[in-house]
Design a protein around this ligand. Structure first.
Ligand code: LLP
Length: 437
């Protein structure tokens, strides 16, 4: 997919660069990002909205992969940015991302985070609960600012990839419940606050969604709520944000829709629902994360040891694992892999890919078909662009890999590899524990 192909040497090539050369030059494990594919996915979203003629914002959910280079690409592609912490906000601001296009999410924003965001003049806050609303109003008042807000509502729709549970989502740490009236009450309260400007509502029904049904249900609930709020409270929503969750193909059997189909279902749905209620068509915002960066990422590992248990299983260990990709251990996520240095060779054996952490659960892939694997081979695991680097850790004091962006035959470092000094960089030995000299 993307710009990946097998070159004349029989090696995997990404963005016009031979993956084995990337491994040799930058070391492994290595995250490789296919920049053209990221931009292509971003454009698919933007163009699908443009085709609808509606006003929109496509906010990249930076939690999926938030580094300064990625913020630059998001900006160049005309995306907005969804951040959920001071760290993500700081990354965006340091990259020069236009603050007015930043949306601040999160169910427990600290007063310091709120101050930082107001000072930076970000575009809007997605308010999650009553305490936040009043804190935000108070801090805004101190700063003589008026802040724009969306309210995160839980529409009682939860997408579990294929099936939808209609009330399950009520039991969530996020947002204001539609069913029990909390969502109505927060609009009532916010209306009276002089430093709050109500833009509209937000909902996010889940992640890795392969259908449009959940979005349709969320839109139905939203228009019902919007109409009630307009008629009874005199508040008209200018923005409806439907969150992210658009699925990607990790392995065979994953059946995401083309980006344009998700967007068309949303824009058609909004037009139909709001016009049938004589409601002015709001701006539509969405927040794709995984679907922008997920399949653009590939992780390269060097194969080290292996252990064959005849008749049972062959374990092949690589130089990374749950520290750079915790998703298999956390969610039993499935991945596909190939040997980057023998991309043309026929598969010969079924092996299981182990990481190097001192933990049995540190397995990247169970039962993958590969050519006869040898020490020194370069294993490429596909679709690691989202929630991999973003969720990486230093467990076992393993250093986080570097990230390179490849495009048109060029490879550039976007994040440097951690060093052993990075590992001890924040450690302090209290004086009473220091060795006497
Ligand atoms: N908007 C909100 C409010 C969200 O909570 C999320 C994801 C997104 C947008 C982006 O969703 P996406 O388009 O990426 O599906 N760590 C998990 C995924 C957690 C998603 C959390 N929220 C994983 O590795 O699968």
């Amino acid at each position: 997919h993307g710009t990946s192909r097998i070159n004349d040497q029989g090696n995997l090539e990404i963005g016009g660069v031979d993956a084995t050369e990337l491994a040799a030059k930058f070391g492994t494990p290595l995250y490789v990002v296919d920049e053209a594919l990221v931009r292509q996915k971003a454009r698919q979203f933007v163009e699908a909205f443009q085709a609808s003629g509606l006003k929109f914002q496509v906010a990249y959910a930076s939690k999926a992969f938030c580094v300064m280079a990625m913020c630059r690409i998001a900006e160049e592609e005309g995306l907005s940015l969804d951040v959920v912490s001071d760290g993500e906000l700081y990354t965006a601001l340091q990259a020069g991302f236009p603050a007015g296009r930043i949306h601040f999410h999160g169910n427990n924003k600290s007063p310091q985070e709120i101050e930082m965001a107001i000072d930076a003049q970000i575009g809007c806050f997605v308010v999650d609960n009553f305490i936040e609303l009043h804190m935000l109003n108070a801090i805004a008042a101190e700063k003589d600012a008026k802040v724009k807000v969306l309210f995160r509502i839980t529409p009682g729709v939860s997408a579990h990839t294929h099936e939808y549970i209609s009330t399950g989502q009520q039991d969530s740490k996020f947002g204001f419940d539609l069913g029990n009236g909390a969502a109505y009450r927060v609009i009532q309260e916010a209306k009276e606050l002089s430093n709050i400007e109500i833009l509209g509502v937000h909902s996010h029904i889940g992640s890795q969604i392969f259908e449009t049904e959940g979005f349709r249900m969320a839109m139905e609930k939203t228009i019902g709520f919007a109409t009630k709020v307009r008629d009874e409270l005199g508040v008209t929503f200018k923005v409806v944000n439907l969150g992210g969750g658009f699925g990607i193909r990790y392995v065979e059997g994953d059946t995401p829709l083309p980006v344009a189909e998700y967007v068309k279902a949303i824009t058609d749905g909004i037009q139909t629902h709001f016009s049938s209620h004589n409601y002015p068509i709001p701006e539509i915002w969405i927040e794709p994360g995984r679907s922008i960066v997920g399949d653009a990422g590939t992780t390269l590992y060097t194969v080290g040891t292996s252990k064959d248990i005849p008749g049972i299983r062959k374990y092949v260990a690589v130089d990374g694992g749950m520290t750079d990709n915790p998703r298999p251990a956390l969610y039993e996520s499935k991945y596909e892999a190939m040997l980057a240095n023998r991309a043309n060779e026929a598969n010969e054996e079924v092996v299981s890919i182990a990481g190097k952490c001192c933990e049995s659960g540190d397995m990247l892939i169970w039962d993958v078909n590969l050519p006869k694997v040898e020490s020194g081979d370069i294993l490429a695991v596909a679709c690691t662009g989202a929630y991999n680097y973003a969720m990486s850790s230093n467990y076992n004091r393993i250093r986080k890999p570097a990230v390179v962006f490849v495009k048109d035959g060029q490879a550039d470092i976007a994040v440097k590899r951690e060093s052993l000094d990075t590992i001890v960089g924040l450690d302090v030995i209290p004086e009473r524990l220091q060795k006497a000299v």
